[in-house]
Design a protein around this ligand. Structure first.
Ligand code: UDP
Length: 493
């Protein structure tokens, strides 16, 4: 491929995110960060996902004049046996079978991407693929172009080591369920680490995706590096250990949510509430007085659980911003219960998409009830907000461990069982209330927790500034890619 108008030194990264909000949102931020460093960026996705991120990408391209564009490929719903419009895990009904079909659909994007690239004359030739772990076929695309592939997972290195160890040593096994109380040691952690078997991240192989998972891990081992949404001051030794485990260079380049100084409009989706209205509601509240409750994009709560949360929040007497997902816990029944129950209370209930980073960054927010998805966790840390930790599945229990036991900036609500994607465990109002009171008040211990999380937030901001650790790591990454291209690409005669 030859693009006469572009210099041979011009870097062009293809960013290939997996289509789940927790994976896409940080890659949009990453795209803007690379573009700001003079790298051309193609953000590869499908129409539904493109429509969600287009305002952000367009703003970066038009208003900030960054060399960034969307590459839109049709998602093959029909070929994959999925209903039309199922292009993101957050609109996928909770079913392992449908998830498998979704994965099959993503594999079919390889050929259209290659076709697009072979005809593309608008951007310089690609020099690097940055791909989600769950899109292992992008290794072939990178190899076909003779360029490096870097892997992105979406979570932190602390959890990645646990996840890889569980897979490598077969530590979680469906047949082991009766032994789920047994403590398991994670041998590859660079510190002593034990966890209850039942709370370990369940590998994809247990959902009948063993081949897919094996292929994705092999593709990562054969790749050229791993990019982490984290920062050295938080977990340099874990990132280094994860890199070693996978035989790859590892780069902490986050927290990516700080790429615009923290407050961003329409991050990840169109907000269901006017951001200004939301912020002025927060303006009318005292510093550190408001509780923010949100469980990310995939956790589904049933009416009984929502009622317990409602009672606990009411019992706390504190102002609350509560996000309910549309079509999930935002079902008609639940919505009408919450609106009746919340009448007269100092609450803001958002049904749909909330401007989470903007809310968390507001001084009025004093506590975050979170499911411990890594993005939410990191956003809470950046904002210096202590957390009530309420993990549900995957690596969320490991993220909780980092928040509560390592950083000591959160209080566990006390979940001891993994929620299966489709089932519900109910946590009572008393437990929720106690954890909330500890986080929002909590006496001297609470003060200490708030001080600690503010320090972490300050370190996070410094990491992203010019000359900060993540800024320097991104420079290193770009230089390494340049070196790879020089070593591996045979110059045209
Ligand atoms: N998010 C948001 N508004 C919402 C719900 C979620 O902005 O109403 C964002 C949140 O800020 C985070 C991401 O969606 O960046 C969710 O990712 P996370 O890893 O926390 O959880 P997941 O949804 O993957 O379980």
């Amino acid at each position: 491929m030859e693009t006469p108008n572009h210099s041979h030194d011009q870097q062009h990264f293809l960013l290939c995110p997996f289509m789940a909000q927790g994976h896409m949102i940080p890659m949009v931020d990453m795209a803007r960060l690379f573009a700001r460093r003079g790298v051309y960026v193609s953000f590869v996705t499908t129409p539904l996902n493109a429509s969600r991120v287009r305002p952000t990408i367009d703003r970066a391209s038009r208003c900030s004049n960054l060399p960034i564009r969307l590459v839109e490929l049709r998602f093959p719903c029909e070929e994959a046996g999925l209903p039309e419009g199922i292009e993101n895990v957050d609109v996928l009904p909770p079913s392992i079978d449908l998830f498998k079909r979704f994965i099959e659909g993503t594999k079919l994007l390889k050929h259209p991407l290659e076709l697009f690239l072979s005809a593309d004359r608008d951007f310089p030739p690609p020099t690097c693929v940055v791909s989600d772990f769950l899109l292992p076929w992008t290794l072939d695309v990178a190899r076909g172009l003779g360029i490096p592939r870097l892997v992105f997972h979406g979570t932190c290195s602390y959890s990645l080591i646990v996840m890889e160890s569980v897979r490598r040593y077969g530590l979680w096994d469906a047949a082991d369920r009766p032994k789920k109380e047994t403590m398991v040691t994670i041998p590859d952690m660079p510190c002593q680490f034990e966890m209850k078997k039942g709370l370990l991240p369940i590998p994809l192989s247990c959902g009948g995706l063993a081949d897919f998972e094996g292929g994705a891990v092999k593709a990562e081992l054969d790749s050229d590096g791993v990019v982490i949404n984290s920062f050295d001051e938080l977990e340099a030794k874990f990132t280094e250990a994860y890199g070693k485990l996978m035989g790859n260079e590892a780069y902490n380049i986050g927290p990516l949510s700080l790429c615009e100084g923290g407050v961003q409009a329409e991050r990840g989706n169109k907000s269901s509430i006017d951001q200004e209205k939301c912020l002025s509601w927060l303006d009318s509240h005292k510093q550190g007085s408001v509780v923010y409750v949100s469980f990310g994009t995939l956790v589904r709560l049933g009416l009984r659980q929502v009622m317990e949360i409602g009672e606990a929040m009411k019992g706390s007497g504190r102002p609350v911003v509560w996000v309910l997902k549309q079509g999930k816990e935002g079902s008609e029944e639940i919505e009408s219960w919450v609106s009746r129950f919340g009448e007269g209370l100092d609450w803001m209930v958002i049904v749909g998409w909330a401007p989470q980073v903007a809310i968390l960054s507001h001084a009025a927010v004093g506590g975050f009830v979170t499911h411990c998805g890594w993005n939410s966790t990191l956003e809470g840390l950046c904002a210096g907000v202590p957390m009530v930790t309420w993990p549900h599945f995957w690596e969320q229990f490991v993220n909780e461990r980092l928040v509560v036991e390592v950083l000591k900036v959160g209080v566990r609500v006390g979940i001891e069982v993994q929620t299966e994607w489709t089932k519900e465990e109910v946590m009572g109002r008393e437990e929720i209330g106690v954890a909330l009171e500890n986080v929002m008040g909590g006496g001297e211990e609470g003060e200490e927790r708030r001080r600690r999380v503010r320090v972490v937030g300050e370190m996070a901001k410094k990491a992203m500034e010019v000359g900060g650790s993540s800024y320097v790591n991104m420079t290193r990454l770009i230089e390494d890619v340049k070196g790879y291209v020089k070593e591996n690409v045979v110059e045209d005669a």
